[in-house]
Design a binder for this molecule. Structure first.
Ligand code: ADP
Ligand code: MG
Length: 304
């Protein structure tokens, strides 16, 4: 029997599926779980670091579970960092969350560790557009806005000419983008590996709907449980570790050159993966916290 913990979930709403499940799973295992909106947290960043919520000082927590959406990364990571400064264990640390939110930085870090990636290029000048297209093997190719999520800003260009037009348009909007090899052989499917610690605890295959290459569930993709290979498993675990995330959703595609990582998500949703696999992922997250949460256990202590 482990000791009862005080767990704080930083989430915009207690009604969200993932948040609800974390509260349920924590309570089932005998812990107190409280949900607080990170945007309503304010803090004293001088002298003794504190976090406040509606006039109350938030203290006495053994662990924080950050569920920080992409649209609030800046503020949300500041709140998580503040808890780290206070020596509170955070399931995913602020530095790791920021790292994973930056697609370019993530891919560079993964590449440095020799983790499989789709061939990807990045550039600035309009004079280099043709080279950026050719570097990834020419059309068909994928062009991605750096700040897109849920498949928004991910475009398939079927010809070099279409690619040039899309790139011109993105440049006109002053938006940064990547060019990327199109993994046609994956046939619109990718694999979400749910990593906790050094294990893939569940995996699902997401299949894009007909006539669509993006498999995001938000874009009408469908999910089913899938058996992954030892190489896929190892790739997902290494990708999460490279980002410094204890809990991560690692998205892979099956390419001719082995598993390639598309992205690493630091607040992976629980609904799709729990319903596709029937596993109690929220319970496994709480179990991980029971085993790992200690005061001051956070690696960076807000220094990153
Ligand atoms: P987002 O952050 O918007 O989800 P992703 O990079 O994950 O952006 O791309 C969204 C989806 O588009 C992926 O889940 C995948 O189905 C498809 N996709 C992305 N990159 C490629 C690629 N290089 N080749 C084939 N399909 C891709
Ligand atoms: Mg994605």
């Amino acid at each position: 029997m482990t000791k009862s913990l005080n767990i704080l979930v930083l989430s915009r709403s207690p009604e969200l599926y993932s948040t609800r499940r974390l509260v349920e799973a924590g309570s089932e295992r005998g812990h107190r779980v409280r949900v607080v909106d990170p945007l309503r947290c304010y803090m004293n960043i001088s002298s003794r670091p504190t976090v406040h919520y509606m006039g109350e000082e938030l203290s006495g927590f053994d662990a924080v579970i950050p569920r920080i959406g992409a649209s609030i990364t800046f503020y949300g990571t500041a709140v998580v960092r503040q808890f780290e400064m206070m020596g509170v264990f955070t399931l995913n640390e602020s530095v790791a969350i920021s790292r994973s939110r930056d697609k370019l930085r993530s891919l560079q870090l993964l590449s440095r560790k020799g983790i499989g990636l789709p061939v990807t290029a990045f550039g600035y000048s309009p004079d280099d557009t043709r080279d950026l297209i050719q570097l990834v093997g020419g059309a068909p190719l994928v062009i991605k806005l750096l700040e897109g999520t849920q498949g928004k800003g991910v475009v398939l260009a079927e010809t070099d000419q279409a690619a040039e037009s899309v790139i011109d348009a993105f440049r006109g909007l002053k938006a940064y983008f990547l060019t990327q090899e199109f993994i046609a052989e994956a046939k619109g499917a990718d694999i979400r590996c749910f990593v906790i610690g050094d294990r893939v605890v569940a995996a699902m295959k997401r299949q894009a709907k007909d006539g669509e290459f993006r498999s995001n569930l938000h874009r009408g993709g469908t999910a089913m449980a899938v058996k992954i290979t030892p190489q896929e498993r190892a790739t997902a675990v290494r990708a999460a570790r490279t980002m410094g995330l204890n809990v991560a959703g690692v998205d892979l595609m099956r390419s001719h050159h082995g598993p390639v990582v598309l992205e690493v998500n630091s607040s992976p949703g629980l609904e799709g993966i729990e319903s596709a696999t029937g596993k109690n992922i929220a319970g496994l997250i709480i179990e991980f916290i029971e085993k790992n949460a200690r005061p001051g256990r956070t690696k960076t202590r807000g220094r990153g």
